[in-house]
Ligand binder design. Structure first.
Ligand SMILES: Cc1cc2nc3c(=O)[nH]c(=O)nc-3n(C[C@H](O)[C@H](O)[C@H](O)COP(=O)(O)OP(=O)(O)OC[C@H]3O[C@@H](n4cnc5c(N)ncnc54)[C@H](O)[C@@H]3O)c2cc1C
Length: 458
């Protein structure tokens, strides 16, 4: 008999149900999907009980940790929504250089606990993202160019499997579970209640350079940045933003580089040699900064309380080809909040113990942000429709910006996708856990207009 108290178990029609359903999604664009049951877990034992209840009642389970899936992946029609947002415990072992963190822990909360010990972790860029979905989906965090996607720093997980058992999985005891947890994103088949992480040394200092250029230099700046990446230390995180710049009150192309320094050397110096360097309209040069300030900048780029549609492709195609094909996207940014991110990650080596497999030199991502629901279709068409036009350049998507429902691309190599499904068949033979969302589940205006579709592997 399942033991979940009444306040933790909400059914459709209960007074608290709708607030819990809406609160499960950070994005103001809430999905029109209605689970039958919502479980508000307060402990690992509640998670075990929830999975047992789902088995008894034949419910498929969707999961919510930090609630930052852009498409509200955990909120599905029917079945159970398992809300882990109260699981925020952090235990640090400074001598071992490890931490055990629960899935709704945020980046600032973790870094605050690590700082006194001189330790660090590549947490997500926005301060409110939960580690659960972030790390399972790869996890492109601060200093990830050097430290790797966060999922490669998972040493072990505590996971509740479809049969209701709580398992401590390591590379030795359950290598297949660890392999899947490192990168399968919203396709993972279990509830992770704790991530055991290998930590990294805290950078000695953090420097930041921002060069804002007039929009007419856009194509030149993008081409230069693409070539420049090969000259920069992996300790430099490097991107360009095309869009409106507050304070300058116009669209610009702004290059930002953040250096996580271990020595006194100014590893941002190569940026000063840009051929158009004298034409900046605003600049910050190798200024010392803090993680709190970086989080503040990130929060202002994608502020809460708005409707968001995100999408993205990885690509290794020649830069001229990418820029030429992306002009319709760049030229039609719908408003002053929306922007395109041009993120130069470069390649990080794949590992045999991780299914994470999709990364290329450039990550190109339209970010549409607006407030009026009547504007949904226009913004979604920009973010998803114009990206679909350059699908031929894609070598895959980031599960982080997992808009699988409206423009299904692949986030794993074909071999890793096939292996993931084999492992799933063993551990979740009845399909208790929801897997990747399909276009038929999308409730966006874009889908209603008949645009959501699956793109096959190129
Ligand atoms: C403002 C903002 C900034 C972002 N910045 C970054 C960034 O810098 N780098 C980056 O890589 N990504 C970034 N993302 C994307 C983010 O990492 C993903 O949306 C991620 O899924 C969020 O995790 P979450 O736990 O908050 O989300 P949730 O919506 O709670 O979870 C998403 C899905 O992940 C799976 N999942 C989550 N927790 C568990 C668990 N404990 N066990 C099993 N499955 C689970 C489930 O399928 C769930 O539906 C950002 C998102 C936003 C909204």
């Amino acid at each position: 008999m399942v033991q979940l108290s009444r306040d933790k178990l909400l059914r459709r029609g209960d007074a608290a149900y709708e607030t819990a359903r809406r609160d499960a999604v950070w994005n103001e664009r809430k999905p029109d999907r209605y689970p039958d049951v919502i479980v508000l877990a307060h402990s690992e034992q509640d998670v075990v009980e929830a999975v047992r209840l789902a088995r008894e009642e034949g419910l498929a389970i969707g999961i919510r940790s930090g609630g930052h899936s852009w498409v509200g992946n955990g909120v599905r029609d029917g079945g159970m929504l398992l809300d882990l947002s109260r699981l925020t415990d952090i235990t640090v072992d400074p001598l071992a250089g490890t931490a055990a963190v629960q899935p709704a822990v945020t980046g600032p909360a973790l870094l605050e606990r690590l700082a006194p010990h001189g330790l660090f972790f590549p947490t997500g860029h926005a301060p409110t993202v939960g580690i659960g979905g972030f790390i399972l989906g790869g996890g492109y965090g601060w200093d990830s160019r050097r430290l790797g996607p966060a999922c490669l720093s998972i040493e072990a997980i505590d996971v509740v499997l479809a049969d209701g058992t709580l398992v401590h999985a390591t590379d030795t005891t359950h290598p297949e579970l660890l392999w899947a947890a490192r990168g399968s994103g919203p396709g993972f088949f279990g509830v992770v209640t704790r991530f055991h992480l290998a930590l990294h040394d805290r950078p000695r200092r953090i420097l930041r350079t921002v060069h804002s250029y007039p929009l007419e230099l856009r194509d030149e700046v993008l081409a230069w940045s693409y070539a420049m990446l090969d000259e920069l230390s992996p300790a430099v995180e490097f991107s360009a933003k095309i869009g409106f710049t507050p304070g300058l009150d116009r669209q610009t192309v702004s290059v930002t580089a953040t250096a996580f320094c271990e020595t006194d050397e100014n590893i941002l110096a190569p940026l000063e040699g840009a051929p158009f360097r004298s034409r900046t309209i605003r600049e910050v040069v190798a200024q010392e900064t803090t993680m709190a300030t970086l989080y503040d900048y990130a929060d202002r780029m994608t502020p809460p309380g708005m409707r968001w549609a995100l999408d993205g492709i990885w690509t290794d195609e020649p830069v001229d080809k990418v820029v030429a094909a992306s002009r319709p996207l760049f030229d039609s940014i719908p408003d002053t909040t929306s922007h395109v991110l041009w993120m130069l990650w470069g390649h990080f080596p794949e590992r045999a113990n991780a299914c994470w497999s999709s990364q290329a030199k450039l990550y190109l991502s339209p970010n549409a942000g607006w407030t009026d629901p009547a504007e949904d279709l226009r913004h979604e068409q920009w973010a998803h429709g114009l990206l679909a036009e350059i699908q031929h350049l894609s070598s895959g998507l980031q599960f982080s910006d997992n808009n699988l429902a409206d423009r299904f691309d692949h986030g794993l190599s074909p071999a890793n996708s096939a292996r993931l499904e084999e492992i799933r068949a063993v551990h979740d033979p009845e399909g208790r856990f929801r897997t990747y969302m399909a276009p038929r589940e999308s409730t966006t205006a874009y889908a209603a207009a008949g645009h959501a579709r699956t793109h096959t592997h190129s």
